[in-house]
Design a protein around this ligand. Structure first.
Ligand SMILES: C[S@@+](CC[C@H](N)C(=O)[O-])C[C@H]1O[C@@H](n2cnc3c(N)ncnc32)[C@H](O)[C@@H]1O
Length: 233
């Protein structure tokens, strides 16, 4: 990707993402470039470390990335010996799904499932060995930049962002005791806690990932934050 485009109507819009991934597919087919990943490599590494510590490969967790883009994050887990059959990514851009499948095939990781799915309105397809009668089947949901993008979508007639639907959609898919790990550059840790922790979602704060900090005008902060929530048992 060419960088963070902060125009709200563009980032929150499916046509924008289709255009982005069409360009990246062309790059990939021409020069094998997988495209830039959102928020850079360190965020991926830090999220992968958190996943390894909290849902280790030995537990064969079912892991879903919401808004998986070119598939970098979920494919990084494969390199850490997670069971490929238990890993999945969804994206509402069919071109993102096409790109992630091309990238996976180049890494001989075709077994990882990438599907076109609008997270706010559809449930992701079940993987083999999942109980087909249940919806809350995932041990871990990952989000890197997708909640941010959704929050920039057009507001409804009541002035609500489409992101208000996100927390309940996430909670619906996670098994009791399972985790949701989110990395955001648009929301602070406190804002994420307010938006995700509620009786309705059953989410409790679990942990955070420390990102590099900066100090400006006497105040310190981070460019991005990553927060993990655990769903009540
Ligand atoms: C900022 S990008 C992040 C991509 C990837 N996670 C990364 O870090 O490189 C946001 C992604 O969310 C996807 N997306 C936005 N709204 C979505 C929705 N409602 N359902 C599924 N995917 C969505 C976009 O197509 C895009 O791939």
């Amino acid at each position: 990707m060419s960088g963070l485009d902060l125009q709200p109507t563009k980032l929150g819009n499916k046509e924008h993402w289709d255009d982005v991934y069409k360009g990246e597919i062309a790059n990939f087919e021409e020069i094998g470039d997988e495209g830039e990943i959102w928020f850079g490599v360190e965020s991926v590494e830090k999220m992968v470390s958190w996943v390894m510590e909290n849902t280790p490969p030995s537990s064969d967790p079912f892991v879903l990335e919401v808004g998986s883009g070119n598939g970098t994050l979920i494919l990084a887990l494969l390199e850490k010996n997670y069971l490929a059959q238990n890993l999945a990514g969804i994206d509402y851009s069919a071109d993102a799904v096409k790109l992630s499948k091309l990238v996976a095939a180049a890494k001989e990781a075709d077994v990882v499932t990438f599907s076109a799915c609008d997270f706010l309105y559809e449930d992701p397809p079940h993987l083999p060995h999942m109980d087909p009668t249940k919806t809350d089947v995932w041990d871990l949901l990952l989000d890197k930049g997708t909640y941010d993008a959704i929050a920039l979508g057009n507001k409804d007639e009541q002035g609500h962002s489409p992101a208000i639907h996100y927390p309940s959609r996430a909670a619906r898919l996670i098994r009791p005791g399972g985790f949701f790990l989110i990395t955001s550059c648009n929301f602070t840790e406190e804002e994420l806690k307010v938006n995700f922790i509620s009786e309705a979602t059953g989410f409790k704060h679990h942990s955070r990932i420390q990102h590099p900090t900066f100090t400006f005008g006497g105040k310190s902060g981070s460019v991005c934050c990553s927060v993990a929530f655990q769903k009540a048992n």
